[in-house]
Write a protein that binds this ligand. Structure first.
Ligand code: NI
Ligand code: MN
Length: 225
């Protein structure tokens, strides 16, 4: 299973012969200027919510790759209005896709589309795809609902926001890792804007002191999990 970081909260996961792209926000991210969105392949694009720092490049990538766009009904309906036909709308619950089961779960955040239209509720994805089980919380604060996750899956790893201000910070992400019973966390949603700049070494040390691992991939880096 390969994980590629494209900056902010955008990442690709390749598993079971399929490519999954999450929350594409690349071309407007100064830190990700070396990433060419035309080089990204995807079979599925998953959107946690409608904010522009999660959907900015979805239309361009979906139209070029014909990837299926998966997300909240309101979010994918907006994407469809931009000319993307291959969509799968969700609300909170689960669905068995051909690649495995997806639970679309609540996140405590907000959601509006880049043009200000209604974006439904923000969420996160629990993936029971292939041999691996992982969770991407989307933008959220720490929340008690995360304690439900171990009932569904023994997670191999999880992707959590750690930048604070708009989402959990490092300390809350450590508690979230306890809630979801997962010791391997990939941090996202940090450094992109002034409000969410973090000290990488201190963040890793805090996780280590809690008996957990925090992975902070470089933008463009692919790691094998
Ligand atoms: Ni957001
Ligand atoms: Mn965000």
């Amino acid at each position: 299973m390969k994980f590629t970081f494209y900056g902010h909260a955008c990442f690709g996961i390749e598993t079971g012969g399929k490519k999954f792209l999450y929350d594409p926000f690349i071309s407007a991210n100064e830190l990700a200027k070396d990433i060419d969105i035309n080089s990204i392949e995807a079979d599925y694009i998953l959107l946690s919510h409608g904010h522009s720092d999660h959907v900015a490049d979805v239309v361009a990538i979906a139209q070029r790759t014909n990837a299926q766009v998966i997300g909240a009904y309101e979010v994918v309906s907006w994407v469809q209005k931009q000319g993307v036909q291959n969509i799968h709308p969700l609300n909170f619950g689960s669905f068995n896709f051909e690649f495995g089961k997806v639970h679309f779960l609540p996140a405590w955040h907000s959601s509006a589309m880049p043009d200000g239209s209604y974006g439904g509720n923000p969420g996160g994805f629990l993936m029971h795809g292939g041999d691996l089980k992982y969770y991407y919380s989307g933008d959220t604060c720490l929340m008690m609902d995360m304690q439900l996750l171990p009932r569904y899956a023994k997670l191999d790893f999880a992707i959590l926001p750690i930048g604070g201000n708009f989402t959990m910070d490092v300390d809350d992400a450590i508690i979230a890792a306890d809630f979801i019973k997962c010791d391997k966390i990939i941090g996202v949603h940090f450094d992109t804007f002034g409000y969410i700049k973090i000290d990488h070494e201190q963040a890793k040390e805090k996780f280590k002191a809690a008996g957990k691992e925090l992975i902070l991939p470089k933008i463009g880096e692919t790691i094998t999990l």
